[in-house]
Design a protein around this ligand. Structure first.
Ligand SMILES: [Zn+2]
Ligand SMILES: [Zn+2]
Length: 195
């Protein structure tokens, strides 16, 4: 494990296959898209699991800056848009987990692992992580360039004051219920009362 990976582990809190996946994807992008500073690079991620933490830590694509876009598709797909370039890179992680590892993980989720199997799973997991960290790019990543309309920049909206809780909220997130303009929090609790 190199220094760069150690930093990602520190950020994420543990070592796992998902984190290794994100690390390989981010590393590839670092070498192939030189505008990885700040707002220039936009990542569109199709899952919200461990891998995305590596994308955030290594490429500085974060929710706060608006250059991390989440699509809830449950896929290990990551698309990167370098602002200024007309093309985006779409990366699909195609590395396969050992079959036996999948079986044991399923058993674990049902609390059916014996002590022996627990050890076996841990061993498989470690070697799978090593595999992800060391295999060639073309063995792990399916990469193609795609045309993508430029993602919108983070926009700033005016703040309104909720007529119910008196807290400020972003204008476009407002709702009306009970004849008042209110925030989402209040809408969730008031909507049933007024209808
Ligand atoms: Zn993890
Ligand atoms: Zn409110």
């Amino acid at each position: 494990m190199d220094d760069e990976f150690n930093k990602v582990v520190e950020f994420h809190g543990h070592v796992c296959p998902g984190l290794a996946i994100g690390y390989r994807v981010a590393k590839y992008i670092k070498g192939h898209c030189d505008k990885s500073e700040d707002e220039e690079l936009v990542a569109i991620v199709e899952n919200n699991s461990c891998s995305v933490d590596a994308i955030q830590q290594m490429l500085s694509c974060t929710f706060g800056k608006g250059n991390l876009i989440f699509k809830d598709y449950g896929k290990q797909v990551f698309t990167f848009y370098c602002r200024g370039d007309s093309k985006a890179l779409r990366i699909y992680f195609k590395g396969e987990m050992p079959k036996r590892m999948g079986e044991l993980q399923e058993k674990r989720s049902k609390n059916q692992l014996t002590g022996e199997e627990q050890k076996e799973l841990e061993g498989l997991r470690q070697s799978y992580i090593q595999y992800i960290l060391n295999a060639n790019d073309d063995e792990l990543l399916s990469i193609r360039s795609v045309n993508l309309p430029e993602p919108e920049k983070a926009r700033i909206y005016p703040t309104l004051t909720c007529e119910e809780c008196k807290e400020g909220f972003m204008e476009i997130k407002g709702r009306t219920a009970c004849g008042k303009v209110i925030c989402m929090d209040c809408f969730e609790t008031l909507v049933d009362k007024c209808n």
